[in-house]
Design a protein around this ligand. Structure first.
Ligand SMILES: *Cc1c(COP(=O)(O)O)cnc(C)c1O
Length: 361
């Protein structure tokens, strides 16, 4: 890496590919001969329309999104989708199914409970969120308007190893795994993701929504929280996060140049394997996540000794490996190795882990 940059293992906002940042910098003051920055353009201008249309086209191509789905570029983060999904769908039957496999899915269920009855269809809390419940264990409510789950649990470092099969449409938080591997969009009613993990800067939230879902916003639903309104106006009821959308376009160009999502998945698996192999070989570090459910994006581990964990994190920083502290709710370490983390950064971290352990034997 150039520019004296460090390997940043932050869970989000996370690294953005260096090539993307360089291109953004080169276009920052004068975009495509327009004489102004993308940041300074009217979202209703011809120039900006070309940008947002092309970003949507690229995302549809890369993720293979059918025409029966809309792509929305919203604000408010993944957290706003916790409310928006419930506000637009819960009213159909007054209830929805939620699988609780970590903090964010729990937060989503708490938000939904403001708008109707939440049925906890499954939870892995009994074993500290170290596993993913099996399909046969899901206690589905036959009346549910939808089934909500979080594909990759950013904080605990676990991931669903299958897509649940339910009568009700699937609503899925993919904030920390979107674009990391191919996914069959047709299996989902709604996919949403905050951009700051795998897609670009914070402030942009991508929502992929099947047009024929029975949306039921009421007269009291805030206009910006209505999917039908946002679909109708192509995310332009008000000013969309224009610069974040542009940057997403640059990230998508980078993904395509690398070979698309199948190639991305290979790269990501190779990176994760380096760290999990190191953990499995280690006597000092361990991960609490059971093997089939280990996240490819967020690798959590600990020595089991808080003071030693701190030594590890502080020492890593001196090596240019930053933000390795675990989420404040769980402690320990977390290496977030999203698309933009180069494999060299992961190798450097694995080597540092080995050295740290050898010095303490
Ligand atoms: C980061 C994250 C969130 C929260 O995202 P915001 O954009 O800050 O609201 C929600 N869900 C998952 C899975 C995340 O990784």
């Amino acid at each position: 890496m150039g520019h004296d940059r460090v390997y940043n293992f932050s869970a989000g906002p996370a690294m953005i590919p260096e090539k993307v940042l360089e291109r953004a910098a080169s276009e920052l003051l004068n975009y495509g001969g327009s004489g102004c920055s993308v940041m300074e353009m009217s979202h209703r201008s011809k120039e900006y329309d070309a940008i947002i249309v092309s970003v949507e086209e690229k995302l549809r191509r890369i993720m293979d999104i059918p025409d029966s789905y809309s792509v929305l570029f919203l604000q408010g983060g993944a957290t706003m989708q916790f409310s928006m999904a419930a506000l637009n769908l819960m009213g159909n039957t007054g209830c929805a199914d939620y699988a609780i496999t970590g903090q964010f899915s729990k937060k989503a269920s708490e938000e939904a409970a403001k708008f109707g009855k939440v049925n906890i269809a499954a939870s892995s809390k009994d074993k500290n969120f170290s596993y993913i419940p099996r399909q046969s264990e899901l206690k589905l409510d036959p009346n549910a308007s939808y089934f909500h789950f979080c594909m990759n649990n950013t904080i605990y470092g676990s991931k669903w190893d299958y897509i649940p099969e339910t009568e009700a449409p699937l609503v899925c938080d993919m904030s920390s795994c979107i674009l990391s591997e191919p996914v069959d969009v047709t299996k989902f009613g709604i996919i949403y993701a905050g951009a700051q993990k795998n897609m670009g800067p914070a402030g942009l939230t991508v929502v992929i929504v099947r047009n024929d879902l029975p949306f039921c916003p009421t007269d009291n639903t805030p206009i910006l929280l209505s999917y039908p309104e946002m679909i109708k106006t192509r995310s332009m009821h008000n000013t969309p996060p224009t610069y974040g959308i542009y940057l997403l376009g640059l990230v998508l160009d980078w993904v395509e140049e690398l070979g698309g999502l199948a190639e991305m998945e290979k790269l990501n698996r190779a990176k994760a394997e380096i760290l999990y192999n190191r953990l499995d070989a280690s006597k000092l570090f361990k991960t609490g996540i059971e093997k089939p459910y280990r996240s490819v994006m967020n690798v959590t581990f600990t020595t089991g000794d808080e003071a030693l964990d701190k030594q590890f994190i502080d020492g890593a920083k001196k090596e240019g490996l930053i933000t390795l502290g675990g989420h404040r709710a769980v402690g320990g370490m977390r290496a977030s190795i999203y698309n933009a983390m180069p494999i060299e950064g992961v190798k450097k971290l694995a080597a540092y882990m080995e050295k740290f352990e050898a010095e303490r034997q």
